[in-house]
Design a protein around this ligand. Structure first.
Ligand code: FVH
Length: 296
């Protein structure tokens, strides 16, 4: 039974993320209208108490808060462009993964059609929606974030990154990049161990323990990079060059690709060739950071 004192929530897109999001609002007692391009995906939510809208326009009209966990920027534009006029007076929360520029474009477009716009990025898995294990990032309209903070927290702990609509996406992509590097490293290592009969399942707990320890190293790495203070570190460029080199040699000898670690070796070799072999590993940051055009 929904609580009529709560704002009416519309969820556009009932994929892996959208379905648990809509379900979480129903569990929290919100009146919920749902729409999905493939209508059958709404069946279970309708059984749970959601109202099924026949069209995206009907769905947007029903809610004051419109949440769109669609596939990507193109899907958002395809779903919303034809119905721009019904957005007026509503708050649109776009949760599709996109680039900062796409987020800014969409914010300008939505605002131009009279909507309040919040861009969101979901750092969660379908099963961690509405649990403390996931978290969502937001940027764009502060008024929208403040007004609907309680509703946003139904989906996941909510973090606001300021008025630039692109800010949530920059931070999201930075976190995805961190994760992709770690997970690709794990898969490469699993392929390596597969050659000696150690299964990925056996290796996973060991890798998780190591990654947990690595996470504890982040404040030190961040402090060095933030201050550009690389002297006296315990884990130097040259020490890690040797480690990465051994890994590449073993990969090659085992018939495993070296593609994952060659870029890191190139960075470490570059640092060493520039006379920074005894600097901390974190000094690789100096080769990665954006430079003024005249320094490139
Ligand atoms: N799934 C995950 O693990 C990650 C977790 C972190 C966040 N990502 C991002 O979340 C966005 C949604 O991802 P998803 O996993 O829910 O994606 P799908 O299950 O594939 O559902 C996609 C929904 O989008 C609808 N859709 C696609 N194209 C269109 C279109 N042109 N017009 C209207 N709707 C469209 C699709 O509809 P249908 O295929 O069922 O008809 C689904 O409702 C995403 O940005 C991830 O990067 C997920």
């Amino acid at each position: 039974m929904s609580d009529r004192t709560k704002p009416h929530v519309t969820v556009l897109g009932l994929g892996r993320m959208g379905a648990p999001i809509a379900s979480a609002f129903l569990v929290a007692g919100y009146p919920v209208t749902v729409w999905n391009r493939t209508a059958a995906k709404a069946d279970a939510l309708v059984a749970q108490g959601a109202v099924r809208a026949a069209t995206a326009a009907e769905a947007v009209t029903a809610g004051s808060l419109v949440i769109a966990p669609l596939l990507d920027h193109a899907a958002v534009r395809q779903a919303l462009d034809p119905i721009a006029s019904v957005l007026r007076g509503r708050t649109l929360v776009n949760l599709a993964n996109s680039t900062p520029d796409h987020a800014r474009d969409l914010a300008a477009w939505a605002t131009g059609h009279g909507a309040d716009y919040l861009d969101g990025a979901m750092l969660a898995l379908p099963e961690t929606v509405a649990t403390p294990d996931g978290f969502f990032l937001y940027s764009g309209s502060r008024r929208a974030f403040t007004t609907y903070r309680r509703e946003l927290e139904v989906m996941a702990p909510a973090h606001y990154f300021g008025a630039d609509p692109g800010a949530a996406e920059i931070h999201d992509l930075a976190l995805l990049g961190t994760g992709y590097a770690a997970l690709t490293g794990f898969l490469h290592a699993a392929a390596l161990l597969d050659t000696v009969g150690t299964s990925p399942e056996v290796f996973a707990p060991l890798a998780a323990r190591w990654l947990h320890g690595m996470a504890g190293f982040l404040p030190e790495l961040a402090g060095e990079a933030g201050r550009a203070a690389y002297a006296g570190g315990t884990s130097t460029v040259d020490l890690n060059r040797a480690g990465v080199d051994s890994l590449i040699q073993l990969s090659r000898a085992s018939g495993i690709t070296t593609d994952v670690h060659e870029p890191l070796k190139a960075l470490l070799d570059g640092r060493s060739a520039d006379g920074h072999g005894q600097d901390s590993f974190s000094s690789v940051f100096e080769l990665l950071r954006a430079r003024a055009p005249e320094q490139q």
